[in-house]
Design a protein around this ligand. Structure first.
Ligand code: 1CP
Length: 344
């Protein structure tokens, strides 16, 4: 099977498939007992990300169990700041932590471009995964969008509203623009390396797009993502890029116009309205509320059917509106797949 015969790749090329191909954001993760076992073996989250054999193992676990059409590299959006020198760690019971980068001096202490030798284990994981994946499964690489990654870098952790990064963008726009610029260049290098190692498409996660006010959306989100896409496409013409601007459901057409093959849609966005706003030929992805997967049963079935009805006849990749919850019963994921794959 050639790369372009894979169902998920066909949809990224604009073809409507029935039933649609499916993968789940955070499909490798804490709801799976085998993930918890490998994570314990690794000792820490970053060791898991930087040990090619273990990262490949957890990437493949949900494929073996469920046969998703897409397999997403197991890593994290905070690996890029870590490789730049920001010291990412994830301790038990806490969210991610980084050494905060709050001004020009802090930025000057970081690497001026992404050190490829530091992310070499990630690329080795990509090669190991591709070698073991079924031929029909698409391997997705990814990175965080500059605004979303910068929000963690400035605060040194997750925050409810990205307040520290918004304040920095307003009070020290020169520093903030330089930080975004560093992340644009690093992300191009990082995504191109993933594509060269065997990823067949990549997703850019703008998970905190929703916290950006109207007057900052263009400079801090749309333009940087557009520059990453142009940089990747210049070096790898024809690359398929999925953009997920969570919390900006009314601006999906603006993100699509950057050259995206597909646009991710969160669960707070009305699906028929969002689909009507997308240009023909741009695929859609997502929208199912992760809480329905937590709940299961008839509520889950109805949610799945509602998405299927809305996307019939257009290129769509079935997925959630955000990552799967760690408390999700594994059997609900099996039920979701069975429902999609038996869709008439
Ligand atoms: O074992 C654990 O405790 C780790 C939990 C975990 C996992 C499973 C983290 C920490 N990261 C991941 C993996 C991960 N993260 C993947 C792997 C591929 C997959 O199966 O999907 C991906 C694509 C990400 C991307 C990521 N990391 C995003 C963007 C997507 C999203 O969820 O919005 C973000 C915002 C992060 C930061 C991050 N890393 C981890 C957590 C818990 C968080 C969010 C923290 C916060 O905002 O408070």
């Amino acid at each position: 099977m050639g790369v372009n015969d894979r169902p998920l790749m066909r949809v990224l090329a604009g073809e409507a498939l029935w039933p649609p191909p499916v993968w789940i954001m955070r499909q490798a993760g804490r709801y799976l007992p085998e993930y918890l076992a490998t994570r314990a073996e690794a000792g820490s989250f970053t060791r898991l990300c930087y040990t090619p054999e273990l990262a490949a193992e957890v990437t493949l676990q949900p494929i073996r169990r469920f046969g998703f059409d897409g397999s997403i590299l197991f890593s994290d959006i905070l690996i890029v700041p870590d490789a730049l020198g920001a010291e990412f760690r994830l301790d038990a019971g806490e969210g991610p932590r980084l050494r905060p980068t709050v001004d020009r001096e802090g930025l000057d202490r970081l690497a001026s471009s992404l050190p490829l030798e530091r992310v070499a284990p990630v690329m080795q994981a990509v090669r190991l995964i591709r070698a073991q994946l079924p031929a029909e499964t698409t391997l997705l690489g990814f990175c965080g969008a500059p605004w979303t990654v910068a929000a963690y870098m400035v605060a040194g952790r997750g925050t409810p509203d990205q307040g520290p990064a918004l304040a920095a963008a307003r009070t020290d726009p020169g520093f903030f623009a330089a930080l975004i610029e560093r992340l644009v260049e690093s992300s191009i290098t990082y995504l191109v390396a993933q594509l060269e190692a065997g990823a067949q498409a990549v997703q850019i996660f703008e998970s905190h797009a929703g916290s950006l006010p109207e007057d900052l959306l263009e400079t801090l989100s749309l333009r940087p993502i557009g520059r990453i896409m142009a940089g990747v496409l210049e070096r790898r013409p024809g690359s398929r890029i999925i953009v997920f601007p969570r919390g900006q459901g009314r601006r999906l057409a603006d993100y699509a116009a950057l050259g995206a093959a597909a646009i991710g849609i969160d669960q707070d966005t009305d699906l028929p309205t969002a689909l009507a706003s997308l240009p023909a030929g741009v695929a859609s992805q997502g929208n199912l509320d992760p809480n329905l997967l937590l709940e299961g049963g008839a509520a889950l079935d109805r949610g799945v059917d509602r998405v299927l009805e809305a996307v019939r006849g257009r290129p769509h990749i079935f997925n959630l509106g955000h990552g799967i919850s760690k408390d999700t019963p594994v059997e609900n994921v099996a039920r979701l797949l069975a429902r999609i794959r038996s869709a008439a």
